[in-house]
Design a protein around this ligand. Sequence first.
Ligand SMILES: Nc1ncnc2c1ncn2[C@@H]1O[C@H](COP(=O)(O)OP(=O)(O)OP(=O)(O)O)[C@@H](O)[C@H]1O
Length: 364
Amino acid sequence: MASVSFENVSFNYGDKTIFHNLSLNVKDGEIMGIVGPSSCGKTTLIRCLAGLLNPTAGEIKIDEQVVFSKSKRICIKPEKRNIGMVFQDYAVWPHMSVRKNIEYPLIKHKIKADTRSKIIEHALQQVRMQSYANYMPVQLSGGQQQRVAIARALVGSRDLIIMDEPITNLDAKLREEMIGEIRQIQRDSGTTIIYITHDQEAALKLCDRIAIMQKDGQIVQIAGDEEIIKKPANRFVFEFIGVSNFIPLKIAADKVYILNGQQEILWKDAPMDKIKNQCQSSLIDMGIRPLDIIFDTESEIKAVIKSAVFLGNQFNYFVQLGNLELRVQLNALDAIKQKVYQEGDFVGLRFCQAVYYAAAVKTD
Ligand SMILES: Nc1ncnc2c1ncn2[C@@H]1O[C@H](COP(=O)(O)OP(=O)(O)OP(=O)(O)O)[C@@H](O)[C@H]1O
């Protein structure tokens, strides 16, 4: 296990700033996700940690050892940082058998042959690949190849592994399986994992904590899945994680109105205190998740069903409220108990538990 800290780290490509004064702490033995849209700087950040790029400012420590410091002029070589790495494409060496692939870092670290065999057996067992030791990568599925890459990273470093989009190229079912397996491997080995992805769903399922990186390279929130979903730090996080609905509101004379582009609808049971607590503006965007909108025939907020999609354990409805198109999600049992709505049906909407209120952003 190893902890990692980035302290006020900056990186520029020429005059292009990728991130500036970035700080992040990763605890011993946790899976920390670094999640953000394409090109925000995730790979650049972990390449700085691995020693493949040198930051333009700041300090990086692994377990209290400074591996890079601009001001102290310290820069430990990549091979001395003891980091295992698993990448999206560069998974395993095609000309080496599974065993040889896993053995490679051990030879590099000058581990004796009999100890090497024991470590390889253990690693093969951890990734459930014992019976494939003599296979060549071409004989393995994508998921199996990634398991070999993880085993190789594990023998290379039991302290810290960086994974950069390791399952992006796998199909949905295999991705799901690999998430469970990476978690299990991490629990068994105790290795700290830094997991880079633009796939929010995978990160939410896998990681203990997630650092959310914006397009400008800023980390805007570091938290567990529940906090990120229920208390997003800003509008970007709310929109980036999960499905989002925005509903424009107007506050006038201590009453809340829903602006649907056609009329102002009085929202009788609006949580006025909560709204005022979070936002002082009179024009507000409310962010609400599809699961937090429910159908209620008594509600004064009337909408029409545009389409309904049944997804096994849930119903996804698209409803039209004036000019607003909203997503409503019901678990299948609740939906069936109530009534399964069809296109064109009128429904009343009740908004529970909005997670976000902020001054309205003008969109044309
Ligand atoms: N060698 C380079 N020279 C100049 N700019 C670069 C170089 N490598 C990357 N960049 C730019 O730096 C920015 C950050 O790239 P980076 O690969 O770190 O993003 P990312 O968040 O990992 O993206 P993705 O999820 O698509 O892999 C991008 O705008 C990219 O074009």
